[in-house]
Structure formats: C-alpha cells, structure tokens
Design a protein around this ligand. Structure first.
Ligand code: NAP
Length: 288
C-alpha cells in the first residue's frame, strides 16, 4: 500500500513514517525539504500528478505561528482542501487529516479556525476520512514540548497566573497508534480527539519536565496574564510559538473525553510519565 504523507520530516510526520515503514507501507514524503511547498499547491490539479499510484493520504503539515511566507490560510486550509478534493477526483478514498484539539465549534484563534476549515472540507467529501485532533504532543524532538522543557529548567518555573491551566498531553506513540489504526479501521468518517488519559495543570507539566531532566521540583514564579502577554509579544521575534494567540489558547485550555479514543485503540492512551519525554515511536510499532 502506497501512502502519501505530508509533513513527513516533522515531529509527528517522521514518527508516522517510521511506523508506516515498519509495517510494510511504502511512503511518498511531501514537504518543502522534499521539494513541495504547500503555499504553491492550492488547486487540485497541483496535486493530481503526485497522487498517481497512491492508495491513502495523510496530511501532517502545519505551523504553530505565521512567519514570512508561512501563512495559516494556504498551509492549513487551501492546500489541504485542494489535496482532499484531488483525492476525491483520483478515487483515493482513505484520507487522514492531522488537525488539532480545539479546532471545533469553540475555536477562536486563526490557528484553530484555519485547521477547522480544512477539517470541514474533508468531512464534506464522500471519502473514508478521519479528522484526528491531537492535544499537546510530547516525545523526543517535539518543538512545543522542547520550548516547555527549556522553561522548566529555569531556577524558578514561570507560569501564567496560577499555573492551573489544564492540559491533556498525549505521547507521540499514541498519536502514531491512532494513525495506524485509522488506516485499516472500517469505522471511517470519524473526528477523534487524541488526548492522553490524564489531565494535569500547566505547573505540574513543567515540574514533570524538570523530573525528566533530572532536576528537583522548583518553586513556581506566577506571572500575571497581562505581563506574560507583554513577554510573549517581545519573545515572538525569537520563537514562532511565542504568540499572543498561543498564550490565549493555553489560558483557555482544551480538554476532551478520552473514551472515544480508548474505544478506537482498544486500550487507554498513556498517562504523562517523565520517562517518556525523551522517547518516541518504537521502530517495531505496527497496526493492531
Ligand atoms: N506537535 C504538537 O503538539 C501538535 C499538537 C496538535 C496538532 N499538531 C498538528 O500536527 C501537525 C504536525 O505537527 P508537528 O508537530 O509534526 O510539526 P513540525 O514538526 O513543525 O512539522 C511540520 C511539517 O510541515 C512541513 N511544512 C511546513 N511548512 C510547509 C510548507 N510550506 N509546505 C510543505 N510542507 C511544510 C515541515 O517540513 P518543511 O519545513 O521541510 O517544509 C514539517 O515536515 C501540524 O498540523 C500541527 O498543527 C501538532
């Protein structure tokens, strides 16, 4: 089975690629490093030549913040929608979209709204689709977890407000397991929130990251929301994750019922464990 995998060099994409190869799938990778820029793939006709011989498509391209020519609308909405329509034209039925937790009717950020627009497009097509919405994904090499890891190593750990924002982090291996199951499951046309089985506060998340780095628990430095917002505005020149909108998303928090995912996987996803922060998908992972 030949799979076109976009975002194949990214944190999630490269772990999916490892699992696909281990399970005997052929992977056709797509990203700028593979010579294809989403911002120039805005019509189904742009995609059709790349879909020859392809049996299923997984879209895992995304950016957490806009910069230069990397804009949400072409990357998250227009190019994926063109890809999904091209799949429909080419008779490729199985299409998986990696969206994000919060890209639902409560979405307010440009990030989530641009993701949801592509999800809606896919859901409107007569395909065997899956819209997979991961929570914060952690594991070796994750960009967002990497930033939090650096924050956690500071002598005082900085939290916004009381640091009690709720997170449901999910390990990369559970994201990959969901993708692998979605490729073979007959229960298609599903929107699934991919969340861990434990809800923890932002402050506790950072404490766990200290433990993962062999550091003792640290005192918490509470930063009032307006001050944190000012810091993020300054920091956005150094890290694309540091955006006012991302801080608002953190403050809002997103939780989801873990039971639909547990039913789909036939097991509970992992709890948050410091030992897992530096692990990713095992090369032996295969569909169940
Ligand atoms: N990581 C998380 O915690 C998390 C949580 C929820 C949802 N998600 C979603 O999951 C997806 C993958 O996330 P990730 O963490 O794997 O991100 P990542 O590590 O930043 O990878 C992004 C991928 O997209 C590709 N890409 C970026 N701009 C592109 C462009 N203009 N044209 C073609 N390819 C482009 C990148 O390759 P090149 O740079 O070579 O182009 C890379 O392969 C995203 O849609 C993200 O929103 C992630």
């Amino acid at each position: 089975m030949n799979i076109l995998l976009t975002g194949a060099g990214g944190f999630i994409g490269r772990n999916i690629a490892v699992a696909l190869a281990a399970a005997g799938y052929q992977v056709k990778p797509v990203s700028r490093s593979h010579g294809i820029d989403f911002s120039r793939m805005l019509a189904p006709a742009d995609w059709l030549p790349h879909l020859e011989g392809i049996d299923a498509v997984i879209n895992s391209v995304g950016v957490i913040g806009e910069s230069g020519s990397q804009r949400f609308e072409p990357l998250h909405t227009l190019a994926p929608a063109a890809l999904f329509r091209a799949c429909s034209q080419a008779g490729i039925r199985r299409v998986l979209q990696i969206s994000a937790l919060g890209a639902d009717e409560t979405a307010f950020s440009a990030y989530h709204l641009s993701k949801r627009a592509a999800d809606d497009c896919l859901r409107s097509l007569d395909l065997d689709w899956f819209v997979l919405r991961p929570s914060l994904v952690y594991g070796r090499g994750g960009k967002s977890a990497g930033l939090f890891m650096r924050l956690a190593a500071l002598p005082l750990i900085p939290v916004v407000g009381d640091g009690r924002q709720e997170l449901q982090p999910v390990h990369i291996s559970d994201v990959v397991a969901t993708v692998m199951r979605s490729l073979v499951s007959s229960e298609t046309r599903q929107t699934l929130d991919i969340v861990g089985s434990e809800t923890i506060t932002f402050a506790e998340w950072l404490q766990m990251m200290r433990k993962a780095q062999g550091l003792p628990r640290a005192r918490v430095l509470r930063i009032p929301f307006p001050l944190a917002m000012a810091g993020v505005c300054l920091g956005r020149h150094f890290n694309p994750m540091l955006r006012p909108e991302n801080l608002r998303m953190l403050q809002t928090g997103h939780r989801a019922d873990v039971r639909p995912l547990a039913r789909f996987l036939g097991r509970m996803p992992r709890t948050v464990e410091p030992g897992l922060f530096f692990s990713d998908v095992a090369p032996t992972e295969s569909p169940s």
